[in-house]
Design a protein around this ligand. Sequence first.
Ligand code: KG4
Ligand code: ZN
Length: 333
Amino acid sequence: MILALETSCDDTCAAVVSTDGEIRSNVISSQGVHDRYGGVVPEIASRHHLELIGAVLDDALARAGASLEQDIELVAATRGPGLVAALLVGFATAKGLAAAHELPFAPVDHLHGHVAASFLAPRPFEPPFLSLIASGGHTLLARVGDRGPDFDAIAQTLDDAAGEAFDKGARLLGLGYPGGAALERLARDGDPLAFEFPTGERRAGLDFSFAGLKTALLYRVRELGEAEAERRRADLAASYQRAIVEALSIRVKRALLETGLGRLAIGGGVAANGPLRERLGTLEVELDVPPRELCTDNAAMIASAARYVDALSYPDYLDLDVYASGEQVLSAR
Ligand code: KG4
Ligand code: ZN
């Protein structure tokens, strides 16, 4: 069995997954202390990871009925991209555990983790497929040829990530942080066609851009004035959400056409969004939509990815480092 830790942002996560991809436990402790700042404060996230990681780890082992001594064959952790101070907690803890038991260790790319959520039992989705990863930090389309970490990124965002667009919109509408799920809830009572927001349909290419959309919402709220904007909050949320969903699905459709791939998997926190899941469900492709708790950050996806990474034997991993950017993670491999 594989024990994995994930602490790249503000969720403290530990999971135990069997080598054939069965989840034995998947523990997520969301810190919920960052909303008052309107974003994640790295040093606070790091300190909370330190406080929580021991209990989260023990809980993951206990729920799996597994012991480090007898059942764990491989330890894994997210190496990046993410907040360095946050990553360090999970990565150093995992390396320490592996070293104490002289177990092999697998450093995992967070984005490979989101893709590898699709490889978990009971319905592993076989490559090749197109992958849409949309989270608070990333929005990318990738051609996934096999289960390894070498997938081919074919599009990314030119500015904000899709989750960031949700979070910034939510903030403008007076919702807490992170705001994606709250905006989705508010939008349920609104009309998605009440306001027109840009979807980038006329812009060529596969890359995403969300900065203009956020500005359009800001201007619309100002035009309406405080009282009217307040009265029409649900309509604003529904129309704004619709624009993000359309922006994503327009480019997914283009990428499917360009690559000739007939299969699509989605991942990342934004893939938890109901209207996005429904919209992509209308495309004529074979679609893999992992359960919501496997779309947002979790350690089961990291354990899943670890199965396809070259693990290092004890003690060769002791001086491995964590990295903030995806490019650094790639060049460290
Ligand atoms: O993958 P994730 O948990 O962490 C990162 O790696 O960033 O994604 C978090 C992002 C946040 O921006 C959050 O607002 C968004 O995913 N999100 C959602 C929903 N649930 C989470 N966005 C839209 N609808 C949701 N239901
Ligand atoms: Zn993520």
